[in-house]
Design a protein around this ligand. Structure first.
Ligand code: OTU
Length: 652
């Protein structure tokens, strides 16, 4: 392989040099690029040959792909190249405990990109150093799946601003030390993307960008083994297109056309878009819906080996042309499959949906048994990679835990999922949660949950009942989950609004573009009045009450974030579990070059005790201090944890 790769590169070199000449690129930049080709070309060549080597025009595409990376590097702003050079020498840069993320919709948080700069002080006050802006590119009119139906990757939705505004914001964030994260929605385009329009006008070259079928014969064969992702939108994974008189593969909404990665022209075209987005000043690309990008008849068309190869090829290309950029995987699938995407050669970081779902599971059951079982098998990651730990995001909660793990601890997975669905939609007696169903499939019994952190944790119910005790428990539940996300290893990611206890907003049903998608219940407009002093509409007592709740949540989050940033043991990814006998507790240690932290969390609303000996086995002796409160504990005795209390213990 090495010989063939080198020979190909030798043959392509004159084209590369001609390209550098035409762009007026100097020797220094050429040699940077060459060094990285030396390192990654063989790997990239092998991947592309595996995927596309049988094509009559393989060598043409290979050349185009190489030139795409060269153009990416040539167009890369110098300040990004500087940060590339720093990151090449510090490949663990994203392991710092100082990285704390937040995600938001530009329009719902602050109207538009320009106004968002006014919130930088707010991000800093909260302690954020990583900002994920939900998709902000041009979209189709009407329902656009929250920005995930993109009609042009090179222009910003005019309601949010312009490409210039985006660049300016990226520069501002960089100068404030905040990383920028944007989506790479590469599984599908909107039906009105230029490529899809060409396809609709009968252009065969562009019809080959998508999966288009003249009749049901082939779609029916595929459908037999496919899972329905949005069953309430449309049954099956294909949509009839009147104009073309054909069926189009649409895994998600009918207006989102899946791209055909069997065609190397699609890979190249999306690589161009990738470099364009990266060169806006993006530090991390969120790879949307990674599981679905390769299809093969007779399979589920999820998590196929070629999907990994496509992502690896994008990764190698990014290493060559935009080496400071890293990928975040969005695979909300079986825990084993989630892990498959995480490697320094594929996606360096990944959402941690397993932890997310099981934290909610522990909150419902008051037990950490399944959580412990799952963490012991699925938390560990390869070197130079990290989890992104979150509690809520713009999407639903799906119960993606491993059925085998459940069986091992005596839980029937099917029954347990249906319990969790009833619990989080408030149908289970005694439930504190106020979630609503998302994509309920009456045929399979499948369901996912929509709702904000606060509403799912009981705050909505507590406020409605005007019950101070319920409110207190709800706040503690929220802080408990947050404290685990902030300490368990990896990058914590807040979904903005949760830092002050944003509740569900049921008004989305009034907007016809949103009414069909219950995820909008947890995507409300930011309500700044909760954080400001003025709130005229309520009487004084009510105002103070509501505001004090929000304030307390905000201040507590802020405190935990700032403590996290100061503790070296919380950098990186390594975590060691110390499951105590008490099934209501979660107990683990984090350590890093001499610094060590022991975390103990109580998932029940009863007082729970942990034996001092157990803490000693976790390597903490004598006296230790809770860094969150400053309280001291002697290790010889039993330690009592209050309802939902969390301790971050350090040797004193
Ligand atoms: C992603 O999610 C996005 O996060 C969603 O907001 C989009 O609607 C969707 O892609 C289409 O772009 O089905 O319910 O297994 O679960 O990729 C969310 C992975 C989704 C999918 C996930 C998808």
């Amino acid at each position: 392989l090495r010989y063939e790769a080198e020979l190909s590169l030798k043959r392509l070199s004159p084209r590369l040099e001609a390209f550098w000449d035409s762009e007026g690129i100097g020797e220094e930049l050429r040699s940077d690029f060459r060094k990285r080709l030396d390192e990654y070309w063989t790997d990239l060549f092998g991947l592309l040959r595996g995927l596309y080597g049988d094509r009559f025009d393989f060598f043409y595409h290979l050349e185009q792909i190489l030139l795409t990376a060269a153009k990416g590097w040539a167009d890369r702003p110098e300040v990004l190249r500087q940060s590339d050079r720093r990151r090449i020498h510090d490949p663990d840069w994203f392991h710092s405990q100082e990285i704390v993320g937040g995600a938001l919709y530009v329009d719902l948080f602050s109207e538009n990109l320009n106004k968002l700069t006014e919130s930088i002080d707010y991000f800093k006050e909260l302690g954020l150093t990583y900002l994920h802006l939900m998709p902000l590119f041009a979209v189709r009119p009407g329902d656009n799946d929250g920005g995930y139906a993109i009609s042009d990757y090179r222009s910003v939705d005019p309601r949010l601003g312009t490409i210039e505004d985006l660049k300016e914001l990226a520069d501002r964030l960089r100068s404030e030390g905040i990383l920028l994260v944007l989506d790479f929605v590469f599984n599908h385009t909107s039906e009105d993307h230029r490529w899809a329009q060409r396809a609709q006008s009968g252009d065969l070259e562009y019809q080959d960008f998508y999966y288009i079928f003249p009749d049901r014969e082939v779609p029916d064969q595929y459908q037999r083994t496919l899972r329905e992702i949005f069953p309430t939108v449309r049954r099956g994974s294909f949509t009839w297109h009147d104009g073309m008189q054909a069926w189009v593969w649409t895994t998600f909404n009918s207006f989102q056309w899946d791209l055909n990665y069997c065609n190397p022209a699609v890979f190249r075209a999306m690589a161009e878009e990738m470099f364009f987005i990266a060169n806006m000043g993006v530090d991390i690309l969120r790879l949307d819906a990674v599981a679905f990008i390769w299809k093969q008849m007779g399979t589920s068309c999820e998590n196929l080996p070629q999907a990994h190869e496509i992502i690896q090829a994008f990764n190698r290309l990014a290493r060559i042309g935009a080496p400071g950029l890293i990928f975040k995987s969005e695979a909300i699938v079986h825990p084993k499959d989630v892990l498959e995407y995480v490697s320094s050669r594929e996606c360096q970081i990944s959402y941690n949906p397993t932890l997310m779902a099981l934290l909610w599971e522990s909150l419902a059951t008051r037990k950490t048994t399944l959580l412990n079982q799952s963490l012991s098998r699925y938390h560990e990651l390869p070197p130079q990679t990290a989890w992104v730990n979150y509690l809520r995001c713009h999407d639903d909660i799906g119960w993606t835990f491993d059925d085998e793990d459940a069986a091992r601890v005596g839980i029937n997975a099917y029954d347990h999922r249906s319990f969790l669905n009833r619990f989080y939609t408030g149908q289970f007696e005694g439930s504190f949660a106020r979630g609503i169903p998302f994509q309920e499939n009456l045929e399979t019994g499948d369901m996912r949950i929509a709702g904000t952190l606060a509403s799912l944790a009981g705050l909505e119910r507590g406020i409605q009942l005007d019950d101070d005790y319920e409110i207190e428990l709800a706040i503690r539940r929220m802080l408990l989950l947050q404290s685990v996300a902030l300490s368990i290893g990896g990058i914590p990611l807040l979904y903005l609004g949760e830092e002050w206890g944003m509740l569900n907003d049921y008004d989305f049903v009034r907007d016809p573009a949103k009414a069909g998608d219950t995820r909008w219940v947890h995507r409300p407009k930011m309500r700044w009045e909760f954080l400001e002093d003025l709130r005229e509409s309520l009487d004084e007592e009510e105002r103070l009450h509501e505001r004090s709740i929000r304030r307390r949540i905000f201040r507590s989050q802020q405190k935990m974030i700032s403590v996290r940033k100061s503790i070296h043991a919380l950098s990186g990814q390594e975590m060691k579990l110390f499951p105590p006998k008490n099934p209501h507790l979660l107990c683990f240690t984090r350590s890093n070059s001499g610094s060590r932290l022991l975390i103990v969390a109580n998932f029940s609303e009863q007082v729970q005790a942990i034996d001092g000996n157990h803490l000693r086995t976790a390597g903490i002796s004598q006296i230790f201090k809770d860094v969150l409160t400053g309280d001291l504990f002697p290790a010889a005795t039993e330690i009592e944890l209050q309802p939902y209390q969390v301790l971050w213990l350090e040797r004193y």
